[in-house]
Design a protein around this ligand. Structure first.
Ligand code: SF4
Length: 276
């Protein structure tokens, strides 16, 4: 089931917002307008999207197996990747924008297989119990002062682990062409959104800190895996709620403008943006 369908089922027609919508608005409110207000079809698909989604599906297959005490062989994981990516690319009616590191379908498949091989052979989670994989959660969105709003926050946690001491660890898988800094992970609001959802669903207490991890599969010449840990606190969750409410207020006030940045080079609305 696609991520979008899962999130729609979570809300059953209620007003909702996801972290991805919030960060799209923060990065460029005009892009948010094209995608979520107009529901405009993208002009093209950047290879990083189907590539990342196929890596996610492959890792979900691996961890679902571990959860059911059945470790899938590496070949099954790489086959999942090849099938998902081929299906996505072959069924797309939009032009695919390839990158320097993956200039065509064959090189993208070869890169993904190499990355999964490195992941499979280096990442060891034998000390951890797999609590859930691709866990969909929703929760009422409160203001930072604790007042309820009409909106729900929705999200899907890639992987939830439990340490031998019983502490939860939220893992978010990423694919990237270069290393991610510790400060970027410390400031990342996606992990804070997950922490908010876990606290609201009473999987941790409202005052608890929670350990989170970015697990990054690097698309370098020799692929590597980077694991960066960070913590989210109650005050991080309150700050996130404040950001989410400010974004909702700005959307409600119809504030949409172009934000020129390095993200423009891979934006799937660049033609309509120029016409704006
Ligand atoms: S091209 Fe840049 S400014 Fe225009 S919508 Fe896309 S991200 Fe925003």
């Amino acid at each position: 089931m696609s991520e979008r369908k899962t999130l729609e089922q979570l809300t059953d027609g209620e007003l909702h917002i996801s972290h991805s919508q919030i960060s799209t608005y923060q990065n460029c409110s005009l892009k948010y307008f094209f995608r979520y207000v107009e529901g405009r079809k993208p002009e093209s698909i950047n290879i990083s999207l189907p590539f990342g989604s196929s890596i996610h599906t492959s890792l979900a297959t691996l961890y679902r197996g571990i959860k059911n005490h059945q470790v899938e062989p590496l070949e099954a994981i790489t086959e999942t990747f090849k099938t998902c990516l081929s299906l996505d690319l072959d069924s797309s009616d939009l032009p695919i924008i390839y990158s320097k590191t993956t200039p065509d379908k064959e090189s993208a498949i070869a890169m993904g297989v190499k990355m999964l091989e490195v992941f499979y052979n280096t990442v060891n989670i034998s000390d951890y119990e797999v609590v859930d994989v691709e866990l969909p959660l929703s929760a009422p969105l409160y203001t930072y002062q604790g007042k309820s709003t009409d909106f729900k926050l929705v999200g899907i946690i890639d992987l939830l682990l439990k340490s031998p001491t019983g502490d939860l660890l939220v893992v978010d898988f990423k694919t990237a062409s270069k290393s991610i800094s510790q400060s970027a992970v410390n400031e990342d609001t996606q992990l804070t959104a997950y922490s908010y959802l876990l606290a609201s669903n009473k999987l941790i207490t409202s005052t608890s800190d929670i350990e989170c991890q970015y697990c990054v599969l690097l698309k370098t010449k020799e692929p590597k895996v980077q694991q960066l840990n960070t913590t989210r606190t109650r005050s991080d969750r309150r700050r996130f709620a404040k950001i989410a409410n400010v974004v909702l207020a700005a959307i409600d006030a119809k504030i949409f403008m172009p934000v020129q940045s390095w993200l423009c080079s891979s934006c799937d609305y660049s033609t309509v943006c120029k016409e704006w």
